[in-house]
Design a protein around this ligand. Structure first.
Ligand SMILES: Cc1ncc(COP(=O)(O)O)c(C=O)c1O
Length: 401
């Protein structure tokens, strides 16, 4: 794509390949160079003064903390892919959660937080926001428009994560957003599961979209990074708070994320295909009670997922039939291809036991058996199925002993 400033209406896959790249300004190099910069020099005092104009704080390269051409390139691409106004980067996905909450809440405010939020997001409400006089009420992810009943005069934020962490409930984002806006609250959403590619949050009423870029955007399990994308209305408020808190992203991390972004849609397509194959096989297994994956027609969230999402990623849950913990651990230990480890969104498969019941307060998680979280990577799904088959063999052996 030529760097001529012309407005273009290219489709998302074309944008993924071209956004944030200006080869003619970089000796023809396909990828933008990595700017390792803290100090940015001005040639004259006049330039120094111009760069320090507060109205240009987030538009010019003036200090590494506030952005470089490397971080601007990634931000430009992310915002365009999700259809937001602008994006900002943070050092982690967790910082991409906490900075917008801090931007939108002050002492005396009330926050409505989904009960299925990523654990450390809840922790932030309980351990940090309480100290600053912000009250949190947790709500049922399936509440939909009924969230209107929980709104208080001082409710400033409704926080969404869909599908929910560990249990994958799909939220009715447009209905919740409409009720929140009606009551004068803003909608913040952790959109990491779908990435900017599979859930166009702003067309569904979200004001601030939060991403652990660590997952699918980077996609290779080697970088911790966060991104926040906002509407025009929310941009300056959230960007200013992120800067005031000192959030920024390392240059190489931004570069890796931009490189990961180029292949986001093809990776997601394969993650979904593989995850569906493994999930369908799991549904046939006698050891499995239920698979928690909105892309399966049997999932309670399927209709909403079909309506609002453009596809599914590769992360889902499985509820086993009742078995002792040692049998579950033996199954996981017997796996060859599934790694045991936190995070997800990389090219490789992962598995972990989950304990959603420990995290919930507004709803009860009363599953019939142990819950597992699987991330399905880009391996051949038949090899993953055979690996899980070996695991189940071990599970049955230990359960029967
Ligand atoms: C849904 C979700 N949001 C945010 C995060 C936080 O991302 P990070 O690990 O980059 O802080 C995670 C991490 O697992 C996550 O699963």
């Amino acid at each position: 794509m030529k760097s001529d400033g012309r407005v273009r209406n290219y489709r998302k896959d074309t944008l993924l390949a071209h956004l944030g790249r200006h080869p003619d300004a970089q000796h023809g190099a396909v990828n933008p160079p990595v700017y390792h910069a803290s100090t940015i020099l001005s040639s004259t005092m006049a330039e120094w003064e111009t760069k320090r104009d507060p109205s240009k704080r987030f538009d010019v390269v003036r200090y590494g903390l506030l952005g470089t051409p490397t971080t601007f390139a990634l931000e430009e691409a992310l915002a365009a892919i999700e259809g937001g106004y602008r994006a900002m980067l943070t050092s982690s996905g967790l910082a991409a959660i906490t900075a917008p909450l801090q931007a939108c809440l002050k002492c005396g405010d009330h926050l409505l937080m989904v009960d299925t939020a990523y654990g450390p997001a809840r922790n932030f409400c309980e351990k940090v926001l309480t100290r600053f006089g912000v009250a949190t009420t947790y709500y049922d992810p399936l509440i939909g428009a009924d969230i209107a009943r929980l709104m208080r005069p001082n409710t400033r934020v409704v926080y969404i994560e869909s599908p929910g962490s560990l249990t994958f409930e799909v939220q009715d984002v447009p209905a919740i957003a409409a009720a929140a806006h009606e009551a004068g609250a803003k909608v913040l959403m952790d959109n990491t599961w779908a990435s900017p590619y599979l859930f166009p949050s702003f067309t569904h009423g979200v004001d601030v979209s939060i991403h652990a870029a660590t997952k699918y955007i980077v996609g290779h399990s080697d970088v911790i990074l966060g991104a926040v994308i906002t509407t025009e209305e929310m941009w300056l408020k959230v960007r200013t708070m992120a800067a005031d808190l000192g959030h920024c992203a390392a240059p190489d991390d931004a570069y890796y994320a931009l490189r990961g972004l180029r292949t986001l849609s093809v990776r997601l397509e394969r993650h979904e295909k593989n995850a569906l194959a493994v999930a369908r096989w799991l549904q046939t297994r006698p050891e499995v009670s239920r698979v928690l994956y909105p892309a399966l027609p049997e999932d309670p969230g399927y209709a909403l997922w079909r309506r609002d999402f453009l596809g599914a990623s590769g992360l889902f849950g499985v509820i086993l039939k009742p078995v002792p913990k040692k049998a579950v651990y033996a199954m996981i230990d017997a796996l060859d291809l599934f790694g045991i480890g936190a995070s997800w969104g990389g090219f490789e498969s992962l598995i972990l036991p989950a304990n959603p019941e420990r995290m919930r307060t507004a709803t009860r998680w009363n599953a019939e058996g142990p819950t597992l979280r699987l991330h399905i990577g880009l391996e051949d799904p038949q090899d993953l199925i055979e690996d899980l088959d070996r695991g189940f063999h071990q599970l049955r052996a230990v359960a029967a002993a």
